[in-house]
Write a protein that binds this ligand. Structure first.
Ligand code: ADP
Ligand code: MG
Length: 488
């Protein structure tokens, strides 16, 4: 249980959150037509007769969209319903030419599942916190109305009309804005690993309806409001924060929370009433007579399962098993591109622990500075493996490796070539190192006295001086050993 509470006049309030996430299915064609789905196309250039609801047109399910929904369900350990059915959700709006949305109310394709969010002590998220998922169903998206193109008219763009969405409905299992944020980040990661949605919230391919209620500890669930179509993790967290405080104020003033649909304003971080909330029966749902129920074969379901990649939790556990720290394992698996890059680095022969440290600090640091994503990293996994190999076999020290990496970034040359050309090979010649140590100790006789008198912190100073005298190329391990011997 999260310890997030809102302190009111009458005591502390718990917050209850459930999220309905709409995720646009990655597919070249729409759910029931062959029209294209590319983002950013000219308005109304990706509209088939089906999407425009011309009379007599019939929908045909696109099995690629169905396959992606099934794979997504499997990735959250959910029940897969081989039998599912499409229903019409009836309402009139100018962005919906059919006058109804084809959705799945009574028999969704995916049933109960679970999703484990990342522990975060600072944010009050306990280890192994699991959020229930009630269902995933597939449905059509609507078109888009544009109100800001003309002073007195609105336009409609039907490119999005009929695009396949997965609606992923959570249980009301989240108890703080931080938990809701962690849920969205994890869900986004899973969708991207699976490849069923690009998770791009800015472009609207993933958006959340945020259900919030408040209650006193031990009370039954309170009345919820639903804030629609929030399109970033941060905004979802802000909307919850604002909405929970607003509800506490209403209740403490003796009022009651209306079950309603609200809108989030990103400029102010607040929510406002949009309309009173409809119930399912308001939509006159009924089975779509144009579509047969879906009956998935065992082969289809098995093929979906076989096509799943290693998922974030399994990958993290595998990394932990290789001795990689919990922090690095979390950082490396958070984004599918980093995880794949790191796997390629391991395949190229890099040692896991050193490789994880290097990627999490050196590579990510460099990418940050260059403003680049790992998918267009200036060094390849094979090139990085060559560099790390030189450290592993003692050819260069860790600090020289940093210099070599900088030169790799500047010139694009390979690590071995740079080490050769610049003469950066590490010196493990004990005779040469001993000679330098003798000089350093002679030049710092006072400090040697202090060291022998108990000031052991000076050891680092002697190491530093010796390394400096050898232009950083002495093998630090050998320097350490020989210094200890020399200082008795
Ligand atoms: P609808 O489809 O009409 O929005 P659902 O019953 O499917 O309604 O619930 C939608 C979402 O609301 C789910 O994510 C669920 O977890 C959440 N929810 C239900 N009751 C509450 C509540 N009292 N407080 C917060 N969230 C809730
Ligand atoms: Mg809803």
């Amino acid at each position: 249980m999260s310890d997030y509470r809102i302190k009111g006049e009458t005591g502390e309030w718990e917050v209850v959150i459930g999220l309905e996430v709409h995720a646009q299915v990655t597919s070249n064609a729409k759910l029931f037509s062959g029209a294209a789905t590319a983002f950013g196309a000219e308005p109304n250039t990706q509209v088939s007769l089906v999407d425009a609801a011309m009379p007599g047109m019939l929908p045909t399910p696109n099995m690629e969209c169905i396959r992606q929904a099934v794979r997504t369900g499997m990735a959250i350990n959910a029940q897969i319903n081989k039998y599912s059915r499409f229903d019409r959700k009836n309402y009139f709006y100018a962005d919906l030419p059919q006058g109804y949305q084809i959705s799945q109310l009574y028999h969704p394709i995916v049933g109960e599942g679970t999703l484990e969010i990342e522990a975060d002590e600072k944010a009050g998220i306990a280890a192994n916190k699991v959020i229930g998922v009630e269902r995933i169903h597939v449905e059509q998206d609507a078109g888009k109305l544009m109100h800001d193109q003309h002073p007195t008219m609105s336009y409609v763009d039907l490119n999005r009309s009929g695009v396949a969405l997965m609606e992923i409905v959570s249980r009301p299992d989240m108890a703080s804005p931080a938990e809701a944020g962690a849920y969205l980040r994890k869900l986004r990661a899973i969708l991207r690993y699976v490849g069923s949605c690009d998770g791009n919230m800015e472009e609207g391919s993933m958006r959340a309806d945020v259900n919030v209620s408040v209650r006193k500890a031990g009370d039954p669930l309170g009345t919820r409001t639903e804030t629609k179509n929030v399109n970033s993790v941060r905004f979802v967290m802000q909307a919850i924060e604002h909405e929970a405080h607003r509800q506490v104020e209403v209740l403490e003033a003796g009022g009651k929370v209306d079950q309603e649909t609200r809108l989030f304003n990103p400029d102010t971080g607040t929510t406002r009433t949009m309309r009173s909330k409809e119930d399912a029966h308001d939509y006159r749902y009924f089975p779509d007579p144009d579509l047969l129920p879906l009956n998935l074969s065992d082969e289809f379901v098995a093929a979906c399962r076989d096509s799943l990649p290693e998922l974030p939790d399994a990958k993290r556990d595998r990394y932990l098993g290789l001795g990689i720290s919990a922090y690095n394992a979390a950082v490396l698996t958070a984004e599918v591109e980093s995880a794949r890059w790191f796997d390629a680095l391991l395949d190229a022969g890099a040692k896991p622990v050193a490789a994880a440290n290097w990627v999490a600090s050196e590579l990510f640091g460099a990418l940050n500075r260059l403003g680049r994503d790992i998918s267009d990293s200036p060094v390849s996994p094979a090139e990085a493996a060559e560099l790390l190999g030189l450290v592993a076999d003692g050819t260069i020290s860790g600090s020289i490796a940093k210099q070599v990496f900088e030169i790799m970034l500047e010139t694009g040359d390979g690590a071995a070539k740079i080490v050769d050309e610049k003469g950066l090979k590490q010196n493990s010649d004990t005779g040469a190192i001993e000679a330098e140590i003798a000089k350093v100790l002679a030049a710092n006789a006072d400090k040697v006295e202090q060291y022998k008198g108990g000031k052991e912190a000076l050891f680092g100073f002697f190491v530093g001086q010796t390394m400096k005298a050898m232009q950083g190329k002495a093998n630090p391990q050998v320097v350490n050993e020989l210094l200890k011997k020399a200082l008795g």
